[in-house]
Design a protein around this ligand. Sequence first.
Ligand code: SF4
Length: 405
Amino acid sequence: MKLPTRSKSYMIPEYSLTGDLLSYITCGLQYRYQNKGTLPPSKPVQRWFGEFIHGVMEEAYLDWKYQKKEFPWDWKEDIRPIEDQIDLRLQVRGLYPYDEDLFFSINQPGSNLTLDDLNEHDHKKLASARAEKAINFWGKDLFPLIDSSELLIKGVRPMPNYDKNTSRSNYYGINGVVDVLTSTKINRIHDQSNLYDYDNKIVNFIRQHMEESDDEDYEIIIDYKGMKRPPLEVSDPHSEDKWENHKQQILTYSWLRSKQEDSKANCAGIILYLNELVPSKEDLVLIKEEILNDMTDIPEEDEFSDDIELILEWQEDDKMPNLSDEFKTARSIRFIKINDEEREKALKKFDRVVSDIESSLVKEMKGCKIQDAWKAEADKRTCSACDFRTFCKNNSDITKDFKIP
Ligand code: SF4
């Protein structure tokens, strides 16, 4: 008697929105070495700060929820212990900050440092300065609105360009983690006498962007970004278009969320660019360049003339200018409108990226060399911080310090 054989295990490849999509878009080859080859970057500072600020905001929200601490929070007493905890968690995963980005000694016996010891304008202990501002500036308005935080959402889509002889699977999975989800009736937000009886910057911002007449229940997806507001367009064709990609990310989250049973029919998105609260020197150089070249949406014409003047007069050796809170708020928050057409475009883009990754994987499985199987294209800034730049044939940061073999 012939015994039946067990069918081959059926596995659907999983793709994460940030870990795969955004990472692959930055550079395919770097993504291959870091994600598929599980080689962590040697000095992943950008990644460290992104994960640090997300962790700090999440822990701060839990502290606020369970301990009902009043704002403003004291940095040394309330915020520094959270920073320590998140820093240790990241160290376990091999992620470390630059020494000048985070205090190590604040909680040591005998240490008497305070927030005043931070010289944020000179780019010292920048991560701490940003954490403190993010909590006291946005946290106090954001935390009361939160329904859920760090919400994992998943969905399945047909594999693009599926071929039963070569494709790994006929479906692929998308997953993402929504930083914050809040739901509200817009007409309740429009009603000045409602429960939001204080001047909440986020509520005011939603009011400005929603229709007065809209009385439907809305969900707002909120995402934190540990970076400055991106320019509207990129000058280098190899650079990642962060402005567009962040929008696609929110649109894809909204699609994933719509697949969940308890989701609401209407959805909008908000992105908080947290570095705008305490910009570094490098950030300000870019902001100045973007204002001069008309590449940013904030400030709009005739807006924030004092802040613009300060920025345009500022030189790299000067002290950082004292920008207004209104200017920082406007640059730090971005509204994303969600509709079916835009959402479909974002999903098609995700499909295209998955198709590219899958085809590179299949090429490699068939014996093609890694550097030939994966697209290597990035801007000079990404290449100069890339661990693989010494042997990558497409490195765009060719300096005299090293030669590509
Ligand atoms: S050096 Fe540049 S092109 Fe090469 S892998 Fe690194 S980021 Fe990509």
